[in-house]
Design a binder for this molecule. Structure first.
Ligand code: SAH
Ligand code: SF4
Length: 343
């Protein structure tokens, strides 16, 4: 059986025309899946019955299924999906009071980067996700929405390092942005990375206008090497240089994420080092109070410590947001539900 979501728009069109079928049916099928939230070919009622049967015989739409669905009081919903080879991944739907609905997607099963504080990194990487598996996360999450809700944003901030799987991530995001796909503008799509310079260069050259978020967490190599072991391979200076290039080529301001860990990177000195590093750059800093992971030694700073850290940054003129992670009670932080639900 072929996998429908692994086909490129051109590939699926060719499959149809090779059989003497009209190529425009490809866009019709896409609209059913991505806009009308259909789950099966027989729901696609403006396709001839014969074609629906033929497609159902040749193509599988779904290769993953929902093992568990959790919903938090704030509207956050998290899905644990099982893939065709019994691997498991997580994806999350976030709702906010501005009527935004954001999907948070995984790009790999696990992660090889081994950041010291992260649940996903604890067991290493199992494999890359395919573009179809990334698209399926969007479709599953979209089907959780009420009829009057629409997806407005996509963030690749779930499990895995997206810049190590760009060959699958880019086609999936192109479909999210496509008018016949989800129709979400590129500027509402964010890729979050541990900061791999070669990957950032490639993304800059593609100039697809996605928003880039770099997970910095420390301004010096000494501390960053400890928290983000992948940093030992390139260093903070190369990460910043790549981010500068991203801005120069795309004119999109880069966000720097900074997970605040009590007593580790939340002191006044750390704030001053960050200011020195980012001075003169058109940057936005996202401060994220740590979401504790069972078994790891890191702690969330108190609200007072967080406010103090943020105030030092703000007073220097940096643009700063504090991002409180949603859905803590359902273990919405990346990689946590998967660890809990091992088989
Ligand atoms: N690998 C990519 C994308 C996935 S992680 C990256 O590292 O950017 C997405 C974000 O969640 C990163 O900024 C990461 O540092 C952060 N994160 C991971 N574990 C966390 C935790 N327990 N609490 C708060 N943020 C966490
Ligand atoms: Fe991987 Fe990102 Fe977790 Fe680091 S924070 S281990 S890069 S998923």
């Amino acid at each position: 059986m072929l996998r429908l979501l692994e086909q490129s728009p051109e590939g699926f069109r060719d499959w149809l025309t090779d059989r003497g079928l009209p190529g425009y049916r490809a866009a019709q099928v896409r609209k059913w899946l991505f806009q009308k939230r259909a789950a099966a070919f027989d729901e696609m009622t403006d396709l001839p019955l014969e074609l629906r049967k033929q497609l159902a015989a040749e193509f599988a739409i779904w290769t993953t299924y929902i093992v568990e669905r959790r919903r938090a009081g704030d509207g956050t919903e998290k899905l644990l999906l099982e893939l065709h080879d019994a691997e498991r991944i997580e994806c999350v739907l976030l709702r906010d009071d501005k009527q935004h609905c954001t999907v948070c997607l995984s790009s790999q099963v696990g992660c090889a980067m081994g950041c010291a504080f992260c649940a996903t990194g604890l067991d290493g990487v199992r494999r890359n996700l395919s573009s179809g598996e990334i698209l399926e996360q969007m479709l599953h999450l979209q089907r959780l929405l009420a009829e009057d809700e629409r997806l407005s944003h996509v963030v690749v901030m779930g499990m895995g390092e997206p810049l190590l799987n760009l060959d699958a991530v880019l086609p999936a995001l192109a479909m999210a942005a496509d008018r016949d796909g989800l129709g979400i503008g590129a500027r509402r799509i964010t890729i979050s990375t541990v900061g791999i310079p070669a990957g950032i260069h490639r993304l800059a050259e593609e100039n697809c206008q996605y928003h880039l978020a770099v997970s910095l967490h420390a301004a010096t190599d000494a501390l960053r090497n400890e928290l983000v072991p992948a940093n030992r391979g390139f260093g903070v200076a190369a990460v910043l240089e790549a981010a500068d290039e991203y801005f120069a080529l795309t004119k999109r301001r880069v966000t720097f994420e900074y997970v605040l860990l009590a007593g580790v990177n939340d002191q006044a000195d750390h704030a001053r080092q960050l200011i020195a590093l980012l001075r003169g750059r058109p940057a936005l800093v996202n401060v994220i109070p740590y979401n504790p992971v069972p078994g790891l030694p890191y702690r969330t700073p108190t609200p007072t410590a967080t406010a103090k850290f943020v105030e030092i940054l703000t007073q220097s003129g940096l643009n700063v947001n504090i991002r409180f992670r949603k859905g803590d009670r359902i273990r919405a932080a990346c990689g946590q539900l998967r660890r809990l639900k091992r088989h």
